[in-house]
Design a protein around this ligand. Structure first.
Ligand code: F3S
Length: 388
């Protein structure tokens, strides 16, 4: 990979150890994927924040970087952490809180904003055609597909390295020729709600692996539905993006048809138990303002049952904008959590072993990552179950 004279100096350590480490990560990645050079990025979004998923091992490395003067060169944000300090933190051992606070403090020292959300695009929307380095698969697929920005699906370390250098290697979907659809996906019966869009994503992700689909047959999509579609696609497969606006591809593409029963079967296969849930979880990926409003409307006049928890997860930014909806949800006995989600905190340590959700992504991961049973259902059914 070609490096400018200045980049070579960084590589050789003339700008300190932290910058050298970051540059070496980027060059290694670039060489692996046959990139020809580094290109400037507008922002970075970094995963690897939750103490639950990260563990102790990388904390020393983050501390060393922060103490060596590492500084983000572009606006950089953090994915959800393991704790909501207003509501959840008191339920866990002090050690968890201390370790989570340490992780956060090292990122902050490096100039990374602790927004703790997987939907950073609600806080600041990147420009179309801008190059980014975003980790968090649901956010990078949304950025490429809906916002028309350009980012590979970064891992935590490569997103952090890109933040510290302000650049990323020019491979993958940073190149226009790699953003073309590979497969035309004809959806015979349009999904009826966000949950079904997510299930469609899971099903197509399994079928196509890392190929880029162009969907045909989704005339009534909303951005919230597309968010679920991308989150599902990125969970079961490695696609970096999907297309949905131009069903008539210029070249002849391999075509697959998706029948209604395939979506229904996916919903069923993602549900591991159909008994009473301990937790109803809405907000994977973190809710938009519109989604918080939908929960509040569906919950109005209801009371969450004594033995059930209702969590609505979003960013502090969206929660701030949704004050009157938050009041309705909290008056009904639900909780609007920020900075975390049911997957990246220790729900099984709270005595939760059955979760009901409208998120296909959570249904896909929670049985393995959280050792809980899951029931996947549309939003209204989730809220009705919570509110008895
Ligand atoms: Fe976000 Fe947690 Fe889902 S980080 S995408 S709400 S698993």
């Amino acid at each position: 990979m070609y490096l400018t004279k200045e980049e070579e100096k960084v590589y050789d350590g003339e700008y300190g150890w932290a910058n050298q480490v970051a540059m070496k990560i980027l060059v290694r990645l670039g060489d692996l994927f046959a990139a020809t050079k580094l290109i400037p990025i507008k922002s970075a979004h970094i995963s690897g924040v939750s103490y639950k998923t990260l563990g102790d091992a990388p904390i020393d490395f983050l501390e060393a970087l922060a103490n060596a003067g590492a500084k983000a060169q572009v606006p950089s944000t953090l994915n959800p952490s393991s704790l909501d300090f207003d509501y959840l933190a008191k339920n866990f051992p002090k050690e968890y809180r201390t370790q989570q606070l340490s992780i956060t403090s090292f990122y902050e020292k490096m100039g990374v904003k602790p927004v703790f959300t997987c939907t950073p695009y609600y806080i600041s929307k990147p420009q179309p055609d801008s190059h980014l380095a975003w980790a968090e698969s649901s956010a990078s697929v949304y950025a490429n597909s809906v916002l028309e920005s350009w980012t590979n699906r970064e891992g935590g370390p490569s997103a952090l390295a890109a933040a510290l250098i302000g650049k990323t290697p020019n491979y993958g979907v940073h190149q226009a020729e790699n953003r073309q659809a590979d497969v035309q996906v004809k959806v015979e019966d349009e999904p009826r709600n966000q949950m079904e869009f997510g299930a469609l994503g899971i099903h197509v992700g399994k079928l196509l692996k890392n190929k880029i689909p162009v969907f045909e047959g989704l005339p009534n999509y909303t951005d919230d539905c597309l968010k679920q579609l991308g989150a599902g696609l990125a969970s079961s497969g490695m696609s970096t993006m999907f297309r949905y606006k131009e069903p008539y591809a210029e070249r002849r593409l391999e075509t697959v048809s998706i029948e209604k029963n395939e979506i229904e079967n996916t919903v069923e296969s993602l549900s591991t138990r159909w008994e009473t849930p301990d937790l109803i979880f809405i907000g994977c990926p973190h809710c938009s303002l519109n989604e918080v409003r939908n929960v509040a409307q569906a919950l109005e006049g209801k009371k969450v049952k004594e033995d059930t928890k209702l969590w609505v997860c979003t960013s502090r930014y969206v929660k701030g904008k949704a004050e009157k909806h938050v009041k309705i949800i909290e008056k009904a006995g639900g909780h609007v959590l920020c900075d975390t989600c049911a997957v990246v905190t220790w729900i099984n340590k709270l005595g939760i072993d059955a979760v009901m959700t409208n998120s296909a992504k959570t249904a896909y991961y929670a049985p393995t990552l959280n050792k809980v049973n899951v029931r996947l259902a549309p939003l209204n059914q989730c809220v009705n179950t919570a509110g008895g």
